[in-house]
Write a protein of this length. Sequence first.
Lengths: 221, 92
Amino acid sequence: MQLSPDEITVWDLGPVTLNATVVFSWLVMIILVGGAWLVTRNLSSGPRISRWQNLLETVVVLTRSQIRDITQQDPGRYMAFIGTLFLFISVSNLLSIIPGYSAPTGSLSTTAALAICVFVAVPVFGIMERGVLGYLRNYIEPTPLMLPFNIISELSRTMALAVRLFGNIMSGRILIAILLSIVPLLVPVVLEILGLLIGQIQAYIFAVLATVYIASATTKS
Amino acid sequence: MEQTTVIGLGSIIVAGLTMALGAIAPALAEGRAVAQALASMAQQPDESNNISRTLFVGLALIESTAIYCFVVAMIIIFFNPFWDYVVAQAGG
């Protein structure tokens, strides 16, 4: 039993081996980009819009309102990053209903990469909003004695983001694999439903936590 | 007892205990968090959205300690380096 799709090799090209994580990540990327391109080919701003445009508009409006609620700022420049995080994790967890598909977020490589993106984005947004000195003042904010604790908390919350997403998705996968060998009749279906729900909740949690970290680095006090 | 037996026995017992003990505190904490959130939603129904969102974020943070325990238990059962080592030694 494989702990993650990293160990399933799809194609061995000599110096590089393609494993299932990379291939399924590409599949999710193709679905997201291709779907968005297909929907936005003829956008209409009149009273009649296609249902797919309606769906995308709903997603965009909801994401913007959530970001505005949490950061208390204009969501313009954070929308691309947070929206991409949410859509990528949500679609890659949702597609696990397809047989033969293994969610790329069930591998520590993918979740660590996403967490490192958040770790880099927080200082970038903080410096864009408050300048270098203003951002660095954040670390000695209550008192300069808190400096080591602030640094440690930055590192540990990044690791926590990665392991939380990885643990939730991997545990769903392994639970279903074990149940298929014990009680294969109807119980794995119920747990698959729970796994899909947890996948969507974890996508929301990842995006909301990234927004909270960015908000804590960009508030002008 | 020989080495293989000791390592196998220790791994199984520790994996079970890790998961069992590690799930007690997060479950109690989540129960308290949900109870408090329901009480405040009853007191201020207008703020339900805000309270729900904060509740979910808090639950995810509390849940992560239980997930850490699960990941460690899985690693001990399926990807135990000590077990691989003694099996390789006993086989070779």
